[in-house]
Design a protein around this ligand. Structure first.
Ligand SMILES: Cc1cc2nc3c(=O)[nH]c(=O)nc-3n(C[C@H](O)[C@H](O)[C@H](O)COP(=O)(O)O)c2cc1C
Length: 355
């Protein structure tokens, strides 16, 4: 079975860690004939199993589960104190005397993978690193298709050589974290289309294009250029079923309202929130931290360290301190139900294909 045969439409709703990809969103997407994806990276193993069960109560269609491939970090407590000092302008502006030390850094990947195998989605997608051959074998033995994320040709070739069933090509326009694991994240600067042109002659597995795809016309162009499917994240953030913070959703809708002059400049990439390069809506946090962003500790340490600040921002509706991950197409979001968005995308795609 190929990934393209799992659903009627060539659209994957991107996994989006942080609450956006609710079981309701994943199921609505799959019920509408596309492939919904549950973001597992920040979920406990038990929550992965429970949310997969929840999805199955809402749909009998295939869906995907996604994980960050990561190892538990070694904590250097002296370096941690320096990292807290880099964040001082932010926590002092809130009147705090100190930044709390996190009690947890990230979930245990091996336990998450075991949970994913129990949940048995049709597709498992991975980002941040490559799996071991034995892990891919376990997924294949369970009948699960494996999708690897690549931001350059070398990564696409490694995933293919390791036996991935499809590769998600993530262009620089993409919202959220970069999946780069070979070379510097800052050097993975290819647009989705340029990446597709580089990879397609070297590939014999389906290619899924991600980054800045917002309308049916963008899907038509991606398919025309040789992609078999597209993966769309930002476009789904403003659907009714996506459970992002209401102020973050409102900010995206404001960008799309025509009252904002920022357009494609509304987002930027930063390491400052998490220690891994990620694209989101520009705000005071990013701007304040810009000069020291190269010095912050790597993911997941910085991500855990900024957790209390982001939780405070959420509680106080402060979009200047939230991580509002979104792609370069943020100013083209639309407010509708997930099923409504998919129906709209398919109508637009067909219009473009017939002209
Ligand atoms: C809010 C948000 C969270 C994301 N979280 C994840 C994630 O957990 N796992 C992952 O593989 N990709 C994640 N991504 C990246 C998407 O998989 C995809 O590459 C990206 O959304 C495509 O670009 P677009 O946002 O312009 O459509 C995230 C993207 C966004 C916008």
């Amino acid at each position: 079975m190929k990934i393209t045969q799992l659903c009627s439409h060539p659209i994957i709703q991107a996994p989006m860690a942080g609450g956006a990809t609710t079981p309701e969103l994943v199921a609505a997407v799959s019920n509408a004939g596309a492939l919904g994806s549950l973001a597992g990276p920040l979920l406990t193993p038990l929550a992965i199993i429970e949310q997969a069960e929840h999805i199955r109560r809402l749909t009998d269609k295939p869906f995907a589960i996604n994980l960050f491939v990561q190892t538990r970090p070694q904590i250097d407590y002296a370096a941690l104190e320096s990292a807290k000092q880099l964040l001082q302008p932010i926590w002092m502006s809130l009147g705090w005397n100190a930044l709390p030390t996190p009690t947890r850094w990230c979930e245990d990947f091996d336990a998450q993978l075991d949970a994913l195998l129990i949940a048995r989605p049709a597709v498992a997608s991975f980002t941040f690193d490559i799996l071991h051959a034995s892990q891919i074998q376990r997924l294949h033995d369970a009948g699960i298709l494996v999708v690897g994320t690549a931001t350059n040709l070398a990564e696409a070739q490694v995933w293919q050589a390791m036996g991935a069933d499809a590769i998600c090509l993530q262009g620089v326009e993409a919202g959220g974290h970069r999946g780069t694991f070979i070379g510097k994240q800052e050097e993975a600067t290819l647009s989705a289309m340029a990446l597709l042109q580089q990879v397609k002659s070297h590939s014999h597995v389906p290619l899924i294009l991600a980054g800045g795809i917002m309308h049916g016309g963008d899907i038509a162009e991606a398919l025309q250029a040789g992609a078999q499917m597209v993966q769309m994240g930002t476009a789904f953030l403003t659907t009714d079923e996506a459970a992002i913070h209401p102020a973050y959703k409102a900010k995206l809708l404001e960008l799309a309202s025509g009252n904002s002059a920022e357009g494609e400049e509304a987002t930027m990439q930063t390491r400052a929130f998490s220690g891994r390069l990620a694209r989101g809506v520009r705000n005071r946090f990013m701007q304040t931290m810009q000069t020291v962003a190269q010095q912050v500790p790597a993911y997941p340490i910085q991500n855990a360290l900024t957790g209390s600040l982001r939780a405070h921002a959420a509680k106080t509706n402060d979009t200047e301190l939230m991580s509002m991950w979104a792609g370069q197409g943020a100013h083209r979001v639309r407010k509708m139900s997930a099923a409504g968005l998919i129906a709209t995308l398919i109508t637009e795609l067909q219009q473009h294909q017939s002209t």
